[in-house]
Structure formats: C-alpha cells, structure tokens
Design a protein around this ligand. Structure first.
Ligand code: CP
Length: 338
C-alpha cells in the first residue's frame, strides 16, 4: 500500500509486504525510542490525540512517539471534555480538528466511528481502537513483539502456534491480531474462551479459509500445552449490557506461574495487550509471573512506541529524513532499554 497520507483504520488494509515495511521502519526507530539518538524530523508538526474512551498506553505512546520524532501533541480525553457532549457530529469534529493537526490518532467506543471520522478528516487518521471492532496498531506492535521474541530461539512467524485466551468476542486486539496472522503461513490458533465469548464467526472463517488450523475450546490447560505464544486478554466488562453479566466470566481463565510451569513448554512467551485486570476476582495474568523471563507484556508496551513512530514516519513521508536529522542524546538515559 501507499502509506503517504493514508488513514490507518483496519488490518484489512495490509498485505504481508506492508507489514514487513512497517517493521523495517520500526527497527530503524529503535535508537530514537531507546534514547541513543535524537531526531527532530517532525519539528513543527502537530498530532491531534483524540481519545473518547479510557486509555493509558495507546494514548501516551502515540504522544511519546510523535514527541520523539520532534512533533507536538494536542489532546482531548473523554466525551465530557469535548463538544461531542453538546451533540456535535463526528463529521464536524473531524472537519474542525483536521484543521488544527497534521495527523490524528483516535479512540472511540463505537465500532466504525474512527472510519466515519476519517471520512471527513483532511489529514491522516490512525485508529487507536473503535469499540469491539479493531485495534490495528496494537496488533502490529503485538506481531512485532512476537517476531522479536521468537527470533531469539530460532522460530519465525510462519508456523506460529498461538493460544488466545479470554473475551475473544469483545476483544478488539485479538480481532486485529487474528486478521494480521492471516498474512502468514501455517498458523495454529487455539481459541480459548467461554462459549458466549467466542471469536466472531467471520474471523474464524477467515482464518480457516486462509489455510490455518483453528481449535475452539474452553479448556485452558490443554490449549496452552503446545504453543509458542500464550496471549491472555481481559474480560471487556465495558462492552457488556450489565456488570452482572460481565461478572459471570471474571476469573474464568487464570494464568499464573504454577499453571504455566505445569502446562506450558519452557520457552512459551506470555503476552497480554494490557491493561490486565489485577483485582483478586479477575487476575487473568497473575503478578507472580512478573519475574518470569518469558513474560513479554512490558516489552510489548515498549514496542508500541517504535511501531507508532514508524506509522507516523510512513504516513507523513519522513522515513528517509529521520537518520539525516539524527543527533546523539546528551542527557542521562538510565537503564530502561538495556
Ligand atoms: N492495550 C491498550 O489498548 O491499552 P490502553 O487501553 O491503556 O490504551
């Protein structure tokens, strides 16, 4: 695809060559994200960071990624702080905000809303999550992480064995990741959820029709026994009709060190898009895994910055200018990225 000036709304837009291209630009961004070098390639540019639903890592990492390229960030968080609360349409909001920004990142609770917004925007719009539909940048950073994690043990994305666990009905990250995996070969997917929270049928059909092996189960132990990646997810309680209904599924599939030791292969990588629900009654990914070297959840969040830097550089057409504007850092950088 031609990235320049494009909206990034869905994984449907990408072919494997596009993903390879994004990942090669992301690798180029690592010295900047890791504070070995500084670039001001987007000096003077403005990101409109519009989050109409709660977020920690997506919102902040979009902002950090833009800042690390030298640009500035203007934010809106929550409906109550925007004119949407006064009945303004997405069309008007998009027309206004695209006059103030060079690129917009947006999250909204309604499926399809970011695409609707993008259709009225005069600048590229990147989907930061639209309801239960998609979260394409999360899927890209997840796959970037998976590729890096597997490389160290000589494994690759083709032939990947992955178990996705939890609320696969409402979890937009697993929807986008499942679509992304269709670009690769011989994927073995174990989909583990309560019956009522299974992966949407059209995504299962897409995976099967593209030649991948899909197993649907509600048995955690057998599903995580022979996988490279365990990808745990939270029950998306905000998408349920009532709290009472969400509570039925809370704490259904818990992964902790003892479950991991008993059932997983020794080099199985543990992932989660975060936030994990750490309340005792949920605790889908126990903090007793925090020192497990195969826990990749915070490497995922670090990779979110490089991946989003890559997307900004691609859509704003500055990839070839980044290294030309590079300078060494001259402040204490700590040991965060060693
Ligand atoms: N993974 C993710 O989307 O996290 P936030 O909701 O904190 O952005």
């Amino acid at each position: 695809m031609d990235f320049i000036g494009s909206h990034i709304l869905s994984i449907d837009q990408f072919e494997r060559a596009d993903i390879d291209h994004i990942f090669s630009v992301a690798r180029m961004m690592e010295p900047y994200a890791h504070r070995h070098q500084v670039t001001k390639v987007l000096d003077g540019a403005i990101l409109g960071n519009m989050f109409f639903e709660p977020s920690t890592r997506t919102r902040v990492s979009f902002g950090c990624a833009f800042n690390l390229l030298g640009g500035e960030v203007r934010e809106t968080t929550g409906f109550e702080n925007s004119a949407l609360a006064k009945g303004e349409s997405l069309y008007d909001t998009a027309r206004v905000l695209s006059g103030y920004s060079d690129v917009i990142a947006m999250r909204h609770p309604a499926s399809g809303s970011v695409a609707e917004f993008a259709s009225a925007s005069r600048v590229p719009v990147i989907n930061g999550g639209d309801g239960a539909n998609e979260h394409p940048t999360q899927a890209l950073l997840d796959l970037y992480t998976i590729e890096k994690e597997l490389k160290s043990s000589g494994r690759s994305l083709d032939g990947l064995r992955i178990g996705m666990i939890g609320d696969l009905k409402h979890g937009r990250t697993v929807h986008s990741l499942a679509k992304l995996l269709c670009c690769y070969k011989n994927i073995n997917l174990q989909l583990v959820s309560p019956d009522a929270l299974q992966m949407p049928g059209e995504l299962v059909e897409l995976l099967s029709s593209t030649g991948h092996q899909v197993t649907i189960s509600d048995n955690l132990a057998s599903s995580i026994a022979h996988v490279d990646i365990v990808y745990s997810t939270r029950i998306q309680e905000e998408r349920f009709v009532s709290q009472q209904e969400a509570d039925l599924y809370r704490g259904k599939f818990r992964l902790n060190q003892s479950v991991y030791t008993k059932h997983c292969e020794p080099n199985t990588v543990i992932m989660h898009p975060l936030p994990r629900d750490s309340r005792a009654e949920a605790n889908e990914l126990d903090s007793d895994l925090n020192e497990n070297p195969n826990l990749a959840i915070f490497r995922q969040t670090d990779n979110g910055v490089v991946l989003r830097m890559a997307l900004f550089a691609l859509v704003l057409d500055v990839v070839n200018l980044v290294d030309k504007s590079a300078k060494p850092v001259n402040w204490y950088t700590g040991s965060r990225f060693q």
